[in-house]
Every structure is written in C-alpha cells, then in structure tokens.
Design a protein around this ligand. Structure first.
Ligand SMILES: Cc1cc2nc3c(=O)[nH]c(=O)nc-3n(C[C@H](O)[C@H](O)[C@H](O)COP(=O)(O)OP(=O)(O)OC[C@H]3O[C@@H](n4cnc5c(N)ncnc54)[C@H](O)[C@@H]3O)c2cc1C
Length: 352
C-alpha cells in the first residue's frame, strides 16, 4: 500500500493546478489519473480564457484565474501557452444591445476593465469583419492558453517540487481506512492511503462522489472544435459572438469553437464530430469573418464537458467523509481551472 498526505484523483486542469499549489506549500502530494494528464476536456478544449458573457457570479473566479494564468506563464516560468490578447464580444442584432449594457455593469461591479466598441472601432481592430457586426464589448484581460501543454506543464512543475504522478490508474472507490487514519483509495494496481483526498474527475466525478452522498447533476455537452490551416496573423483578439468563438493561435491557425455540438455518450466514452453541425458552425464563422473562406480545415474533434445546473463551479468537503473534497467546474472550466484548483488547495490545507 502506498501512502501520501494529499491525494488528487484526476489530472485535468483542476487536479494539476491544485497539485501545483499544494506543492508550493510544501505538501506531500500524489496525483492519479485513469489515463495520462489532461486526456479529457482539459487537453482538447479551445483554450479560451474568456471573461465576457460568463455567469455573473463566476466573474470573481474568472478574475482570480486570469491572474493565476498570468503568474504561471510570466512569474513561475511554466509554459502554459498563455497570451493575454484581449477579447471582443460582438453582437449582430440591435435587440442584443442590452447584453453589452448588462455586461459593462457586471464588469464595473467586479472592478474589471471593459470598453464599448462601435462599428468603426471593431473594423479597425478586426479588418474584414462583416458589416452585420454592430457593436461589441472589449475586455483587455481575455486571453487564451494552449490546452496541449497547460495542465501537463503545470503537473511537471508540481513534480519538480516533489509531487508524484501515477498514470493509467482508474480509481474505483474511496473508503474510510479501517484504523480510522485517513482514506483508502482503490486504483487499478494498488490501494493508496491518504489523509486527504480531492475528487477532480470533471464530468466523471459523480461515479466516485455519489456513493459518498454528494450528487452533482451534470448536463452532458459534446463541444466541437474546428481548426484551419495556418495563416499570417490577422485576428489579434479572441472573438466571441452569442453563438460561437474564434481565435488565431500563436502558430497561425484559426480555432472555431462553441456553436453547435458534436455527439457522444459519456457512459460508453464514444464521441465524434457531427458533419452537419461542423458545416453550420463554419458557415456562421465565415459569415462573420469572410476572409477565413480561403483557409482549408485541417481537423475537427469533439469532447465531453459537464455543465452544472447554475453553470458555477461546485467545491466542498463531503459532509460525512471529512477529509474528502471535490472540485468541479461548471462552465468554461479551462479558464476557471486554476482558480478552482487554488480554492481546492486552500480547502484541503484549511486556509479557506
Ligand atoms: C471541445 C471542448 C472545448 C472547450 N473549450 C473551452 C474553452 O475554450 N474555454 C474554457 O474555459 N473551457 C472550455 N471547455 C471546457 C473545459 O475544457 C473543461 O470545463 C475543463 O477542462 C474541465 O477540467 P477538469 O479538470 O475539471 O476536468 P477534466 O479535464 O475532465 O479532467 C478530469 C480528469 O479526471 C480523470 N478521471 C476521471 N475519472 C477518473 C477516475 N475514476 N480515476 C482516475 N482518474 C479519473 C480523467 O481521465 C481526466 O484526466 C471545452 C471543453 C471541450 C470538450
């Protein structure tokens, strides 16, 4: 039997960042995953760190997360592919103008900078954008990171600080230790004894939490992303509309996300793109940015994401199992991941 003080189940963005923050505090941490780090949503998402049009109550977390993303990249020397480009949230219909008003109010209430852009300014910032775009908000803190390296590199940094990682170890159950000292966590190959356990299994968390009496009702989503070939830089900001998101990566590809879903079933793990919905999303993206018509599509994929009923992160200590904690994101969880990881770390150390 292996022993650790802090055991994290799930090496997505939440688990990897929680592990890093715990090791920063000198804690003895082990992370286990049923696969390799960020093999699910945290490794296949669009990388958007978007503060615009988030559920109002999540804004304080987004603010905290934006600072942590910046800290990883610019202070701690961890390459998470973070680029603070600023983000545009554009509307196409007069009747959506109230969304911009409400958003500006929310941003001000949270001490976040935001600007209103008129048609002309949008055209100066994004040359070639369609005439249908009538107004927008601009958030200078919006950004993107690279999901292919973010969580993995944060986990590597945690390992350098002493964390241990075990891959391909699906956890089947968490039980109170017979001698009353912590918990026994059953993996494929072993039993790990831990003083404190964090369940950070994303949409798969209910499998471990339901038997402990905590139920999170996730709405299963099958988000889809489409990537074009590389182009010279022409989209300098993340660009969001009420229906889709677009950004140009540091390498030059345009990433189209949001919009209509792919399909899948979390029970079987099967997921795929929907060609009809892919065409719909690409047509919509072309209507907003006609110049992308010239670019070939290289790849498209889908992934599982779980929305909580209030679209907010759910975190806590399991009532009847003190020392067992959970932390899941509810919407835009990549952006929020470091803030949720930080809260999880502080719950476990008793700081909050
Ligand atoms: C296609 C797509 C695009 C997206 N785009 C964005 C975006 O642009 N911006 C944004 O903010 N969010 C985006 N999201 C959402 C975001 O990716 C997720 O909300 C976030 O990554 C969730 O992180 P997590 O750490 O909670 O969970 P996950 O990334 O799901 O990680 C959970 C980990 O737990 C492991 N695990 C599960 N069960 C067990 C078990 N029993 N034993 C051991 N390990 C287990 C899994 O293998 C996995 O590695 C997108 C999602 C998808 C699918």
């Amino acid at each position: 039997m292996k022993q650790t003080d802090y055991l994290i189940v799930g090496a997505g963005i939440v688990g990897c960042t929680a592990a890093y923050f715990l090791t920063e505090r000198g804690k003895k941490v082990t992370v286990v995953d049923k696969g390799y780090p960020c093999n699910e949503a945290s490794g296949v998402n669009a990388g958007g760190i978007e503060l615009l049009q988030q559920p109002p109550k999540s804004l304080p977390y987004h603010k905290e997360a934006a600072e942590l993303w910046d800290k990883f990249q610019n202070q701690d020397g961890i390459d998470v592919g973070y680029h603070r480009t600023g983000g545009i949230y554009a509307i196409l219909l007069e009747e959506d103008l109230h969304m911009l008003d409400e958003q500006e109010e929310r941003f001000r209430a949270n001490g976040l900078p935001v600007k209103r852009l008129d048609r002309e300014t949008i055209r100066e910032m994004v040359p070639g954008v369609a005439d249908d775009v009538i107004a927008a908000n601009f958030s200078p803190i919006s950004a993107y990171a690279n999901p292919l390296k973010a969580g993995r590199n944060v986990l590597e940094a945690a390992k350098k600080k002493g964390a241990c990682f075990m891959d391909h170890q699906p956890v089947s159950k968490i039980e109170r230790a017979a001698d009353g000292n912590g918990y026994d966590v059953f993996t494929a190959d072993d039993v790990i004894r831990a003083e404190k356990v964090l369940v950070a299994c994303g949409i798969r968390s209910p499998k471990l939490l339901d038997p402990l009496g905590v139920h999170i009702e996730f709405a299963e989503q099958h988000n889809m992303i489409t990537v074009t070939e590389k182009a010279p830089p022409f989209l300098n900001y993340t660009f969001t509309t009420p229906t889709l998101t677009m950004k140009q990566t540091a390498e030059g590809s345009i990433l189209i996300g949001g919009g209509r879903e792919g399909y899948g079933d979390i029970k079987t793990g099967v997921k795929d793109v929907s060609i009809n919905n892919l065409c719909f999303n690409v047509r919509e993206a072309q209507a907003i940015l006609p110049s992308i018509k010239k670019l070939n599509i290289l790849r498209s994929w889908s992934g599982f994401e779980g929305f909580t009923p209030d679209r907010l992160p759910w975190m806590g200590e399991v009532e009847n199992y003190p020392g067992v904690y959970y932390a899941v994101t509810g919407f835009c969880g990549f952006a929020l991941g470091p803030a949720v990881g930080m809260r999880a770390c502080k719950m476990m150390t008793g700081e909050a």
